[in-house]
Design a protein around this ligand. Structure first.
Ligand code: HPA
Length: 291
């Protein structure tokens, strides 16, 4: 009898590639990360704040897919300058670059294998309602409308469930921590529902109206696949979306990807202060390893 792989019914898994990246990083990282931060469009500069204990381009890490889009450096860095040991992924890869969701979510599996138990995902997003451009949305739930799911296929290796609970995917304790530090640091944050589309075309007016009607407050082309895999691996998840434009806006009001990058550049200072405070706040959960 043919195996499922031979029959062609199931996409090839990337376990070997994730394992390659994990063993390579294990032998080089000076300490193991407990927190992972994936820095999406507009958030990447945070990974350049010194001091870093390690930094290497994805393309030099065996098994890590390289980034192909502007604004995503494609580098993994490690720091403990705020307290907890944190792996910073400066840039992510997207399905619209032509990658499979297995490749898109590989970094999450590598982080979990390295010892990460808390994952902070960041992205740029188009606002669908009242959240102003330049503000941050703390994701409390999502709508996966990208037409795909990273758990489709032969399943993740090990005792990982295929039917993953998603009713409380975003950790209420982490949402509370993010709101608390935002309040102290004068960062404007709002809770909301994030819709995830495949992209790379932006939404039509009708699509933006539909997503609004469905209950989404912002829309992105990333993050949700990583959240699904992180929950399958039982990581605690926080997701933060920087509102860089209004989704479905007229061409005069939107400058596409350049506009997204320009808005985020203007928010680098705010993002740095907010993430630093958040990392320090997360240290409270890690006293036992920081002694
Ligand atoms: N739509 C989808 N993804 C996005 C947007 C948008 O308007 N802005 C930034 N990422």
């Amino acid at each position: 009898m043919r195996t499922k792989e031979e029959s062609g019914a199931v996409p090839a898994g990337g376990d070997d590639l994730a394992q390659q990246a994990t063993s390579y990083l294990r032998s080089r990282l000076p300490f193991a990360p407990r927190v992972g931060v994936i820095l999406g469009s507009g958030w990447g500069a945070y990974a350049e704040r010194p001091p870093l204990a390690f930094a290497e381009a994805y393309e030099d890490i065996p098994g890590m897919p390289p980034c192909t889009i502007q604004g995503h450096a494609g580098r993994l860095a490690l720091t403990d300058r705020c307290g907890p040991p944190v792996a910073l992924l400066q840039g992510r890869i997207h399905r619209y670059e032509g990658y499979s969701l297995e490749a898109v979510t590989r970094a999450v599996r590598v982080l979990a294998a390295l010892g990460v138990d808390t994952l902070v995902l960041t992205c740029a997003a188009g606002g669908l309602g009242d959240i102003p451009v330049g503000h941050v949305m703390v994701v409390e739930d999502h709508l996966n409308v990208m037409g795909d799911n990273p758990l489709i296929g032969r399943g993740l290796p090990g005792a990982v469930p295929r039917f993953v609970e998603m009713a409380e995917a975003y950790d209420p304790g982490l949402i509370g921590a993010a709101e608390e530090v935002a309040h102290i640091n004068d960062t404007r944050v709002h809770r909301g529902v994030l819709a995830c589309v495949a992209g790379p075309s932006y939404e039509t007016r009708a699509e933006a109206a539909m997503l609004r009607k469905l209950g989404a407050h912002a829309v992105t082309m990333s993050t949700v696949p990583e959240v699904i895999v992180a929950r399958a691996l039982q990581l605690r998840v926080l997701a933060l979306a920087l509102i860089t434009n209004q989704a479905g806006a007229s061409p005069e009001g939107s400058r596409g990807h350049q506009g997204v990058l320009a808005v985020s550049e203007g928010q680098e200072g705010m993002i740095g202060r907010f993430l630093d405070a958040l990392m320090k706040r997360l240290a409270i959960g890690f006293e036992e390893i920081l002694e």
